[in-house]
Structure formats: structure tokens, C-alpha cells
Design a protein around this ligand. Structure first.
Ligand SMILES: *Cc1c(COP(=O)(O)O)cnc(C)c1O
Ligand SMILES: [Zn+2]
Length: 419
């Protein structure tokens, strides 16, 4: 099976270009990577993966940020604003209250546009340039549109973003707007926006940069590589578990792919690979449902709702890549309530780490799994926080302290403080 942790190296097909090709995860059909625009398999419509003749080793990595990992990427350089190299914070109070050996927070909100989407875009937009397209498009719950708008404009390309009307946090729209994207507000949810963008892309109207695009996931693999290098430096061992929020399950797929490639390269033993744990909001949890039912396919949820708008998604397009990732690593998937998400957002903020609601789902999920005894007290865990607090100022203000009106003189302020 192509998505197992067997360590078996892929056979290099004739259509490989400089040792890089695209391969269908369902039927194994291969394609040259940069000759034509293609998002899924011509034969069976299955998802595609980028494959390499030369697998990366830790020794190959040099420099800083996403492009440190050129040996694991399809191009030598990207359209870049210095993405990646995000902090892996210690959180001693949270670690103690969760009750595990070590907890670190990989804060992807510290990327240039404030989310991990930059890692995918630096690669995806560079591939778009390689392919010679001039108009880029995505459907988005917000962060993809912010990153696409920024990287598209940096690459000198026109950008089009389709957003679910009324369901995108203020910071994200502001970014897409100022970076010059045309913002199309759709009277429907994210999944409908993605249906439309896929139609536009298949008619040749624009180049699709959602995580269905296999090149984006290559950039996002670097999150996993940075976490492993950080843990190896600090603990001389990779983490037992990585907990992350799940929307379209692009990151879950990308992290698993990064680890599979290290296993194939002989850099990591199959039983060392961190367990991947996907966390969804209760109101948008089709992946959790599939894992709990042992299903090979997810059931599309037409009605989804959660305060964590970045993961308000009912049809995770990367499920065929992510479900094996969760299962083969011995991980799991769990859902959390909006209240649990807000609580975790406050916990992180209490350690000085500002995240948007979806990001806090990882910590909420870890807490729940620890309480259920699924996570042991001897474990070292990395939680991924995907986006910055300022992305969703309204959610932050609602979760935090209210401003207190005071008189415009010192005595009045002192009086208020004593009351
Ligand atoms: C895009 C996004 C997610 C979902 O990530 P997937 O890779 O689609 O599962 C989670 N959190 C934030 C903040 C995001 O922007
Ligand atoms: Zn196929």
C-alpha cells in the first residue's frame, strides 16, 4: 500500500522530472510534475502526491525556515517572505496541569501572515510560476486567502478568493483585502466555496491553491521536520505524539508524509514515528466520525458550526491521505466543544501565547485525551497552534477581560482599582 509506513522506496517512473513526479494514491498512475496543470488523477480522480527519487536525510537540511528543507521539496527556491522557523514554546504551567512529561507548543501563528498556510503557499505559488499560470484562486475559511493574497502579490500574480459570507474572522479578510485579492463572498459554507473553485480551476479559469493541490502539502511537511529537529535537539528523541487541529486535514497528511519519507530514507524507525492526533470541533467533526467508525471514507457534513471558523469544514478533502496517517501512526481523532476550545485559548494566553480559536483545539483535545487516559503521563507531546490571536480579534475579546471605563484622572482610577 502506497501510504503505509513500510519504508519501501517508490519506483522511479519515466515521467519523473529531475527525480520528482506526481503519483495517484489510489491507482498508482504517475505524471510529470510541471508539464500540465493537474490537481487529481486523470485516470481515477484520486488524490495526487509529489514523490522523489532521492529521499531527504537530516544532514541535507541547511539554512533556516521552509527552504532549509529544499532536499524534501520539489523546487530549489520559492516565492518567499521568510516563512517557517516558528517557535517551539515551553509551557511549564500548562504542561503541569495536563500532567505529562513534556509539552511544547509549535506556534504557526508566528509565520509572516500569521498562519501555517504560508508554508504551503511559498511552494505552491512558486510551482504556479513554474507552470506559467497568471491567476491564482482558493476557497478559504480565511487564512488560506490571506496567505494566497500575500504570496500571489509577491509573485506578481492576480488572486481570487472565495469566502463563506459572514463566517470569516476580521483579521483574515483585512489581509486578503490589503494584499489585493479579489474577494468573492459566497452565500454558502466553505465546502460550497471549494466546489465552485474546483469548477473554475477545471475550466482553466484559475490555478487552484487549496490543499487539494499536492504541492502545498510539500511546504507544510516542514512543520513536521521542524518539530522533529526541535525535539531531537532538546530531548534527543522525537515526540511521542503530535496533536493538531483538523479542517481539510492537509497538515495531518503533510506531517505523515514527512515522516513516511524519513522512514523510507532510513532516518526514522517506523515505530518511532509520532502518533498523529487530529482534533475537530464538535459541530464539524467528520474525520472524528470516520475514525470512530473505522470507516475508509468520510461522510460529508452539510451543516457545520463552530466558533473556531478556521476548521468549520464538513468535507475534509485530504481525508484519504490523513486517515491512513492517523491509523498507521497509532494516533486517533477527537472532538471538543467550543467552550473547551475557548478555555484552552485562555490557557495558552496565560502562558503568553496568543492563538485564534481553531488553534486552541489542539490543546483542548490533548487535555481531553489525557483525562481519558489515552495519553500517558510519561509522554512528550507537541501541540500545533495554527494561527495567531490577531486573526480573530472578536473571539479574543469575547474570551478575555472586558475593558473597564474609568474617570480621566488619577484619583478616579485609584478609586476604581480599590472598589
Ligand atoms: C487552515 C487551518 C486549519 C486547518 O488545517 P488543515 O490542514 O486544513 O486541516 C486549522 N487552523 C487554522 C488556524 C487554519 O488556518
Ligand atoms: Zn488514479
Amino acid at each position: 500500500m502506497s501510504l503505509s509506513l513500510s519504508g519501501e522506496k517508490p519506483a522511479v517512473p519515466d515521467d519523473a522530472d529531475d527525480g520528482v513526479w506526481l503519483e495517484c494514491i489510489e491507482c498508482g498512475e504517475t505524471f510529470a510534475p510541471f508539464d500540465d496543470v493537474r490537481y487529481t488523477c486523470d485516470e481515477c480522480d484520486g488524490l495526487l502526491e509529489v514523490r522523489y527519487a532521492d529521499l531527504p536525510t537530516f544532514e541535507d537540511f541547511e539554512g533556516e525556515g521552509v527552504w532549509r528543507y529544499t532536499a524534501a521539496l520539489p523546487l530549489e527556491e520559492g516565492v518567499t517572505t521568510q516563512e517557517g522557523a516558528t517557535p517551539l514554546y515551553e509551557v511549564p504551567r500548562l504542561e503541569e496541569s495536563v500532567g505529562i512529561e513534556a509539552l511544547r507548543i509549535k506556534h504557526e501563528g508566528m509565520n509572516p501572515t500569521g498562519s501555517f498556510k504560508d508554508r504551503g503557499m511559498t511552494v505552491g505559488v512558486a510551482v504556479a510560476r513554474e507552470l506559467g499560470v497568471d491567476r491564482l484562486a482558493c476557497a478559504s475559511t480565511g487564512n488560506t486567502s490571506a496567505a494566497l493574497a500575500a504570496y500571489g502579490s509577491r509573485g506578481g500574480m492576480e488572486t481570487l478568493v472565495l469566502l463563506p459570507a459572514g463566517k470569516v474572522a476580521a483579521g483574515k479578510i483585512a489581509q486578503a483585502s490589503l494584499h489585493g485579492a479579489r474577494i468573492l463572498e459566497v452565500d454558502g459554507n466553505f465546502d460550497t466555496c471549494l466546489d465552485i473553485v474546483q469548477d473554475l480551476a477545471s475550466r482553466g479559469e484559475a490555478y487552484l491553491l487549496n490543499s487539494l493541490n499536492p504541492f502545498r502539502l510539500e511546504g507544510q511537511k516542514t512543520i513536521g521536520l521542524e518539530i522533529l529537529e526541535g525535539f531531537l535537539a532538546d530531548y534527543d528523541a522525537v515526540p511521542d505524539r503530535i496533536v493538531l487541529p483538523v479542517g481539510n486535514a492537509g497538515n495531518t497528511s503533510a506531517l505523515y508524509k514527512a515522516f513516511r519519507e524519513l522512514v523510507q530514507a532510513g532516518e526514522l524507525a517506523a515505530d518511532e514515528v509520532p502518533k498523529l492526533v487530529g482534533v475537530q470541533a464538535e459541530g464539524a467533526a467528520p474525520m472524528v466520525e470516520a475514525i470512530e467508525n473505522g470507516a475508509d471514507e468520510i461522510r460529508r457534513w452539510d451543516e457545520v458550526e463552530t466558533r473556531a471558523t478556521a476548521i468549520r469544514i464538513g468535507n475534509p478533502v485530504n481525508a484519504p491521505k490523513a486517515l491512513p496517517g492517523i491509523r498507521e501512526t497509532g494516533g486517533t481523532a477527537i472532538s471538543v466543544t467550543d467552550e473547551e476550545i475557548t478555555e484552552a485559548q485562555r490557557d495558552l494566553a496565560g502562558e503568553g501565547i496568543g492563538v485564534e480559536p481553531a488553534s486552541a483545539a489542539s490543546v483542548a483535545g490533548l487535555r481531553k485525551l489525557r483525562a481519558e487516559g489515552v495519553v500517558g503521563d510519561d509522554e512528550r507531546v507537541a501541540c500545533l497552534t495554527t494561527g495567531h490571536l490577531l486573526k480573530d480579534p472578536d473571539a479574543a475579546a469575547a474570551a478575555g477581560n472586558d475593558p473597564e471605563p474609568v474617570a480621566a484622572e488619577t484619583e478616579g482610577v485609584l478609586e476604581h482599582l480599590q472598589s
